[in-house]
Write a protein that binds this ligand. Sequence first.
Ligand code: FAD
Ligand code: NAP
Length: 336
Amino acid sequence: MRADFDLQPFNTFGLHALARYYFPVYSEHDLLAILMDQRSAHLPFRVIGGGSNLLLTSDLEAIVLHMFIHGIEVMEETETEVLIRVGAGVEWHALVMETLSRNWAGLENLSLIPGKVGAAPIQNIGAYGVEFKEVCEKVEAMHLATGRLDEFTAPQCKFGYRDSLFKQEAKNRYAITRVWMRLRKTAEPNLTYAALRQAVEAEGLTHPTIHDVSRLVTAIRSSKLPDPRQIGNAGSFFKNPVVAAELVRAIQEAYPHMPVFAQEDGNVKVPAGWLIEQSGWKGYRRGDAGIHDKQALVVVNHGSATGQELRALAFEVQADVQKRFGIELEPEVNIW
Ligand code: FAD
Ligand code: NAP
């Protein structure tokens, strides 16, 4: 246990923030012992993984639990499928690489997402037309107030677009300890996203493998997303808004080229990055706080911006988009 511990190395914005107490967690046994031991401290618990979806705006008067539970176990295997159980502290991209090395399909479109496995259910991570919920079998999690180990099936996790039970009614109540995923031994690649499809076509691949998909997703991501090791960021700052079709039609009168994606319920998803770019913020910089010059959805820390400065800039962008388009952007990043 460490007191007044600086979380700067453990968040991808690279922000300084002191945790009142900090515990690395290597097993369920560790976790239970800390929970029982620290009950008398009367401080809230906060769980972190890779710190790649966090904006720390102040010191944390909390007990921070940093997940390092490891292990990838095969629980069931048939000719067509495999069921794995993975520790919350395993790096997500390392898991993707491990599954690809065994020719298991399902995670290839989710290559190069930073962070740890235990956070994947929190916002139901997604990219290039695939979401975590498609492979999730169940989630093991320890109830922070009682130390009870619970299991949540995928439907119980209430996965939605960048959303789950753990961002809603169970927010900050559980530490996810292990995640079960069902992967396939053969699968048609998902090429629904234009950028991926075009990359496949550009290489003349008629039957792309899961390895091709992972390689191309990695290349596309590396070409347009800032590497947190070079420029502090937490990926997309806002979710893509899903709005009423009438509002979109009204905006399209002034912006006929606005990209839109129709949803099953009749509403329309609008890329938040496009709204921010049209509002003139792409590449904007104030001090060390900025908006990335290749992807306007990413708020960046060029060096020594504070969490409060980054939050103030993001909220200014949010207010500007609301004024111009009548669309309210909702932060995807967890602001603490
Ligand atoms: P953290 O940032 O440490 O935590 C995020 C939230 O989850 C916090 O609320 C925390 O309390 C909670 N949490 C973390 N671990 C646990 C646990 N074990 N139990 C309970 N609660 C927990 N996200 C996408 O969905 N798709 C993308 O394509 C994508 N691309 C990204 C690209 C970049 C360059 C960056 C920096 C981020 C990107 N992200 C993306 C966001 C981020 O990587 C994911 O949300 C990731 O799952 C966060 O994992 P983490 O371990 O870093 O979580
Ligand atoms: P992009 O390909 O330029 O597309 C812009 C947006 O349009 C995306 O955000 C995506 O929404 C949406 N979109 C594109 N094709 C779509 C389709 N066929 N159907 C439905 N929606 C479609 O996006 P990008 O910024 O380069 O990101 C590529 C992928 O990586 C996206 O899936 C994105 O979510 C993911 N990513 C996420 C983060 C993060 O931090 N959350 C960071 C980087 C990249 P969706 O976002 O809903 O997919």
